[in-house]
Design a protein around this ligand. Sequence first.
Ligand code: FES
Ligand code: FES
Length: 170
Amino acid sequence: MLPDGRDVTLMVNGTATEASVPSGEFLLDTLRNRLGLLSVKEGCQSAACGSCTVLVDGKPRLACITLTLDAVGVPARTVESLSTDLGAAMHPLQEAFARNYATQCGFCAPGMLMSALAVIESNTEQTEASIRRALSGNLCRCTGYVQIVRAIADASERMNGCHDQGGAEE
Ligand code: FES
Ligand code: FES
């Protein structure tokens, strides 16, 4: 065990994982550096960009400001949970991002995908406005938001059969 650490069990992507974690460590560092989940991106480290967004208990959380000890025993999900087998079919949400050209450099994509997944899995009817609200904490600096909103509406329609069919606007 680390000198100031605690041995904890984290429930990440459906698997119980033991880790020794310093009490002040943030989930971003635990997921990337201890569990090797490199989809979780380190952008601003100050709750401003959304690139580190993961789901904790089904809700989007910024891993850069979430203490790992606050996530002990609570189900957490990263993009690695979407497609567990390289070469296997992508998750419908990832397919929708590809089909709608919703990534360029891809740095923001993991955070976008997890914010989008939370709203799609809420299984409520999505509108362009509700999708934009769900993405309000996620910044993209190269694709822009039109294709991303279209992709999420597309995925919502295919996965839940509901969205307002409205065209995304700049
Ligand atoms: S790295 Fe967490 S919000 Fe930017
Ligand atoms: S695709 Fe490059 S920041 Fe969004």
